[in-house]
Write a protein that binds this ligand. Structure first.
Ligand code: SF4
Length: 227
C-alpha cells in the first residue's frame, strides 16, 4: 500500500486535529493598531533555518519594543533590529531580509496581495534571501492566497512514505499537492493548504524526525520506510 494525499491529510488530521496556522498574537495587534499579517511576514523570515521556539523569543522581543510591524522594522536602527531578533539566529542576514521585505510590502500590503499570484510570487523571489518556501508562506498565510508551502519536512515525508513526487524539485512537489488538494477539496483549497502544511510540520517534529520514531507514527500503516 502506498499513500495518497487524501490519506495523508485524513490520517494527520485524525492524529493531530486542526492546527489553525499561522500562530499569531491578535490581541497585540488590536492594542497596537498594527496589521496581524505583518507578524506572519516577519515570522516567515525569522523562521528560516531555526526552530519556532527561537522565533517566538525574537517575536516577543519585537513586541516588547512595540516593533512587531513592517513599518516599525523600517523605523528601527539596524543594530536595534539585530539585537531584538538575535534569538532567531543568523540575525545579520535576517535583519537585512526583514528590511527588504518590509520595503517591498509595507506601503501597500493589500495591493501587493491583490495582484496576480504569479507576479506577487515572482516579486518576492527577487528579494535577496527570500526563497520559494518563505515566499509561499507569505502568500499563503499572510495573503490568504492558494500557494502550497513545500518545506524540508514535506520533502522528507514525500521521500519516506513515499509519494509520487519523492525527490522532485520544489515546484513539481508544490504542483502535485495543489492539484490533488484542489481536486479533493475544491471549496476549501486555501484552508486545506494551510492545514496540511501545519499537520506535516507537526508529524515531522513529533515522529518523522531525522531519526524517525515510527512506532507511534500515525502514518505507520502504509509507510514503506516504517521501522
Ligand atoms: S512511519 Fe516512520 S518513516 Fe514513515 S512517516 Fe512515520 S516516522 Fe516517518
Amino acid at each position: 500500500m502506498s499513500f495518497s494525499v487524501a490519506e495523508l491529510y485524513t490520517s494527520l488530521l485524525k492524529a493531530f486535529g486542526h492546527q489553525d496556522w499561522w500562530p499569531m498574537d491578535h490581541s497585540y495587534h488590536v492594542t497596537e493598531g498594527t496589521d496581524p499579517r505583518d507578524e506572519v511576514i516577519i515570522g516567515t523570515v525569522l523562521t528560516q533555518n531555526t526552530a519556532w521556539a527561537n522565533v517566538e523569543k525574537a517575536l516577543s522581543n519585537l513586541k516588547t519594543a512595540h516593533a512587531l510591524s513592517l513599518k516599525a522594522i523600517l523605523d528601527l536602527k539596524e543594530d536595534q533590529l539585530r539585537l531584538l531578533i538575535q534569538p532567531s539566529g543568523f540575525f545579520n542576514q535576517k535583519a537585512q531580509r526583514l528590511r527588504l521585505v518590509a520595503e517591498a510590502l509595507d506601503k501597500d500590503l493589500d495591493g501587493f496581495f491583490r495582484q496576480d499570484l504569479s507576479r506577487a510570487r515572482a516579486k518576492l523571489l527577487t528579494l535577496n534571501g527570500i526563497g520559494p518556501e518563505t515566499a509561499d508562506s507569505i502568500l499563503l498565510y499572510a495573503g490568504n492566497l492558494p500557494c502550497f508551502v513545500v518545506d524540508a519536512y514535506t520533502k522528507r515525508l514525500c521521500t519516506r512514505l513515499p509519494l509520487p513526487v519523492a525527490n522532485d524539485a520544489y515546484e513539481t512537489i508544490q504542483q502535485y499537492f495543489e492539484q490533488e488538494l484542489s481536486r479533493l477539496f475544491p471549496e476549501q483549497q486555501i484552508q486545506v493548504y494551510k492545514e496540511l502544511h501545519a499537520l506535516i510540520v507537526e508529524c515531522a517534529k513529533n515522529y518523522c524526525r531525522t531519526t524517525p520514531l515510527c512506532t507511534e507514527c500515525p502514518l505507520r500503516r502504509g509507510c514503506q520506510q516504517a521501522l
